[in-house]
Design a protein around this ligand. Structure first.
Ligand SMILES: Nc1ncnc2c1ncn2[C@@H]1O[C@H](COP(=O)(O)OP(=O)(O)O)[C@@H](O)[C@H]1O
Ligand SMILES: O=C(O)C1=C[C@@H](OP(=O)(O)O)[C@@H](O)[C@H](O)C1
Ligand SMILES: [Mg+2]
Length: 195
């Protein structure tokens, strides 16, 4: 059976794999956490959750609207609440927002209940993916490329604390990235069991 055709049983367990812990995607904006996380969940036959999406749904506002009306500290509080709630659910794939792994409380929650995967993409790949979008309020500055670079440099020391790192070269497709994440997860029998 090929990857895309894998069926899930009633417990959301994909043929070929059994996920024991929630996979938490971390890394910079534009790294592909949402896109690769969603495709990974489909491949594994487990639920997909995105913390940004959950925050938007609960607030009935977009992320830029939340930042504008309530400020970043409010957003960060909501982000921690949502991550704690989602990690209490059955194993799945949880894509976080790019700032989530900077907070010690979030890292603690993630290491207790899940396994963190850093999608590490070079700055220019990130830039090419975010430059035409206005959905990321932190990049609404006079020089968004310089802002992205500064964020990248400040955040790498935090992301490098993730349990696993997967390189995103800007050429590999989303499906190929899923293959790479699965290969990384396969090194962790406490996370992914081949059935
Ligand atoms: N491997 C990839 N190949 C092609 N496009 C990608 C890849 N990964 C992500 N993208 C695209 O890049 C953009 C940013 O990805 P997204 O998943 O939103 O990143 P993040 O959630 O990390 O900010 C989206 O348009 C997404 O479809
Ligand atoms: O890097 C960040 O601090 C942020 C990244 C965004 O998510 P993505 O990483 O999914 O774009 C979103 O949470 C918000 O705009 C803040
Ligand atoms: Mg995202």
């Amino acid at each position: 059976m090929s990857g895309k055709e894998q069926k899930s049983d009633a417990r959301g367990t994909a043929c070929g794999f059994r996920l024991k812990k929630t996979v938490v995607m971390v890394g910079m904006m534009g790294a592909g956490k949402t896109a690769v996380g969603r495709a990974l969940a489909a491949r594994l036959g487990v639920p997909f959750l995105d913390s940004d999406h959950e925050i938007e749904r609960a607030a009935n506002m977009t992320i830029p609207e939340i930042f504008e009306r309530d400020g970043e500290p409010f957003f960060r509080e909501k982000e921690t609440q949502v991550i704690a709630r989602l990690l209490a659910e059955a194993p799945g794939v949880l894509s976080t927002g790019g700032g989530a792994f900077l907070r010690a409380e979030n890292r603690q929650l993630i290491s207790e209940h899940g396994v963190s995967v850093w999608l590490n993409a070079p700055l220019e790949v990130l830039w090419n993916r975010v430059r035409h979008k206005d959905t990321r309020p932190l990049l609404r500055t006079p020089d968004p490329h310089a802002t992205l670079k500064a964020l990248y440099e400040a955040r790498v020391p935090f992301y490098s604390r993730a349990d696993l790192e997967v390189l995103s070269d800007g050429v590999s497709s989303i499906d190929e990235m899923v293959d790479r994440v699965l290969a990384a997860l396969a090194t962790r029998p406490d996370v992914l069991e081949r059935t």
